[in-house]
Design a protein around this ligand. Structure first.
Ligand SMILES: [Zn+2]
Length: 162
């Protein structure tokens, strides 16, 4: 008796053959926290290199201090906690460690003035809207993967141009 025939016969008696699914050999996904960390690292390097002059120096977005990009932080305008803007180029500028870490209030005030001045109030409002978006884990994964691909390629271009 064929399996199909056996199934239909069992079906008459209200029975069902139990099919044990074979374990699909899917490639293992990188854990999301690992992916996020990688996206942060790649994005940070790109942002700091992008803003560097021919000597490798960047200017702090808040206090205007000039420092080497390797010493600078990649400072988020909308905080890092918001995944929708975490790897958005326009949301990221170099800042000195003093402003970004120890002088938060001053830093955010100056950073906001810079953003409004540079992009305009409308764009800053759009960022504030994006900030409110709640993303699913798979959306965050997609954003992180895109950031890694995009900024890895862009950093390579910057390195080659240097
Ligand atoms: Zn500073």
């Amino acid at each position: 008796m064929s399996l199909a025939a056996a199934d239909s016969l069992m079906g008459i008696f209200g029975m069902k053959r139990v099919v044990v699914p074979k374990k699909a050999k899917r490639p293992k996904l990188t854990p999301l926290p690992t992916l996020i960390r990688k996206a942060d690292t790649v994005t940070s390097e790109f942002i700091r290199r992008k803003h560097a002059d021919e000597h490798g120096n960047v200017t702090c977005v808040s206090c205007g201090k000039v420092l080497h990009w390797k010493m600078a932080h990649c400072a988020h305008f909308i905080g890092r906690g918001k995944k929708s803007t975490r790897w958005l180029e326009e949301n990221l500028k170099p800042a000195c460690c003093g402003c970004n870490t120890f002088n938060k209030e001053y830093h955010m005030r100056e950073y906001t003035l810079f953003m409004v001045d540079f992009y305009g109030k409308k764009f800053v409002d759009e960022l504030r809207d994006m900030e409110k978006q709640v993303l699913s884990a798979s959306q965050v994964r997609t954003l992180a993967e895109e950031a890694i691909d995009d900024y890895t390629a862009k950093t390579k271009e910057l390195r080659n141009a240097a």
